[in-house]
Design a protein around this ligand. Structure first.
Ligand SMILES: Nc1ncnc2c1ncn2[C@@H]1O[C@H](COP(=O)(O)OP(=O)(O)OP(=O)(O)O)[C@@H](O)[C@H]1O
Length: 422
């Protein structure tokens, strides 16, 4: 039981708390009668985004309260305590009972029965924004426990354009020096990713990324799912980082050949746990037949390039492909729902297909040896799907801006040109 005096202290402490943050470029609507759940991987900035929303929705903080339930003063809080929180707020702030409030509930999953309070608050006409860490509360679970009374917004590490804004480089200025700085910033994202802490404290980036990996693996996967074969999980994680295209069968045989004993169903579960923790995304092929989809395996992508880096990945092509993947995520596209990879009838592969919209091929550089392969896969995929928006994203910019082939036009963009277009 949390006493009223404790609630009053907690509520007023948070009302006074000011957080300096970089504005995120994420649009949200907060409808009445539904809670807004902010969902994302560890350390992406969910708490900081709550503070941004607080400033946007109630800048005076006159009819709202923020509570972080990991506050040690609130240990053991239950749904009944949340009712006491509400009463304490009305009396502390001398607000007439029944006045509509905005609740910002951080790490709400630690409160036993939180969903009952949220449903009650919505029924009473209050507005609710919440975050839950993926160790206990997955986005799909939020939808279930709130019985459809939540909308979710996905929050990932900074997008490239957010990083450029942080560094004051969002408007490209003419001149070699400005271009050099811009390329330097994009290269840093390619190698070190864009977790906010990494962007703000580059001198500590290796340690920060290692800590994020550990928290994700131990708290969101091992503890949550009671994984007992830690050796297999850690090895799998590394293997996923170094594989650009794989399948459970392939992973299983690689591990077997290295003497790591783990069953195929267990491996499939581990991949799912990592994907629930929003750290690894197994991207599937865009095909109707489930059997074919299974046969084509998946392409593992990571939520941030920095994680790949500390896992020892240095292949530039893989890093660039992953960067493009993370940008698609940040455009609010959901892997395996809104985008996939594509395999043509002739066996050519296109890295990303947004069905009905766009085909995107990623290549470090187009040169005579790979040009034909990369472009003809796009042309073939275009003929098969009817998609005419065709792009090749490269790192090294050639002189060519567009390629005309097979009666189609393909845009050749460097990664910084491509993000501007998005
Ligand atoms: N918008 C931002 N502006 C400036 N710094 C930020 C921003 N977002 C995040 N950070 C930095 O990243 C750190 C982690 O952010 P935050 O605590 O919001 O992440 P989280 O997603 O809530 O993490 P967890 O899942 O571990 O609870 C912050 O302590 C801050 O240093």
């Amino acid at each position: 039981m949390i006493e009223r005096a404790t609630w009053e202290e907690v509520i007023s402490d948070y009302l006074e708390l000011r957080v300096e943050y970089t504005r995120r470029e994420i649009e949200v609507r907060l409808p009445r009668s539904r809670a807004l759940a902010i969902v994302g991987p560890r350390r992406a900035g969910k708490t900081f985004f709550l503070f941004q929303l607080w400033d946007e929705l109630d800048p005076e903080r006159g009819r709202s309260l923020y509570v972080n339930f990991e506050d040690p003063r609130l240990m053991g809080a239950t749904a009944e305590d949340l009712m006491e929180m509400l009463r304490s707020y009305y009396s502390l702030m001398s607000v007439p009972k029944g006045e509509k409030l905005l609740f910002l509930l951080d790490e709400v999953q630690v409160v036993e029965g939180w969903e009952r309070f949220v449903r009650y608050a919505l029924d009473m006409g209050h507005r609710v924004v919440l975050t839950g860490s993926s160790s206990k509360l997955l986005s799909k679970e939020i939808a279930t426990v709130l019985r459809g009374r939540a909308i979710t917004v996905n929050l990932y590490p900074f997008s490239l354009s957010e990083v450029l804004r942080v560094k004051g480089l969002e408007k490209t200025l003419p001149g070699l020096e400005a271009r050099g700085k811009l390329l330097g910033a994009v290269r840093e994202c390619l190698e070190w990713g864009s977790y906010p802490e990494v962007v703000f404290q580059p001198e500590l980036r290796r340690e920060i990324l290692r800590e994020i990996l550990d928290v994700t693996i131990y708290r969101d996967v091992v503890e949550r799912w009671r994984v007992d074969n830690l050796k297999a999980l850690r090895f799998l994680f590394k293997l996923l980082a170094s594989s650009s295209h794989t399948s459970i069968t392939k992973l299983h045989s690689t591990m077997k050949s290295l003497g790591i004993a783990v069953g195929k169903p267990t491996l499939a579960n581990y991949v799912e746990y990592l994907s629930d923790a929003l750290v690894v995304f197994p991207l599937r092929a865009h095909v109707k037949s489930e059997k074919k989809k299974e046969l084509l395996g998946f392409k593992p992508y990571f939520v941030d390039n920095g994680l790949l880096h500390v896992l020892g990945v240095s292949d530039r092509g893989r890093l660039l492909e992953n960067l493009v993947f993370t940008e698609l995520l940040k455009r609010d596209l959901t892997p395996n729902e809104d985008f996939f990879f594509y395999v043509t009838g002739g066996g050519g592969e296109v890295d990303f297909i947004i069905p009905g919209e766009e085909l995107v091929q990623v290549s470090w550089k187009l040169h005579p040896e790979n040009r034909e392969r990369e472009l003809s896969a796009l042309i073939e995929a275009s003929a098969e799907t009817g998609i005419r928006e065709l792009t090749v994203v490269t790192w090294e910019k050639g002189k060519e801006r567009i390629a005309k082939l097979g009666g189609r036009v393909i845009r050749l963009l460097s990664v910084e040109e491509w993000i501007k277009k998005g």
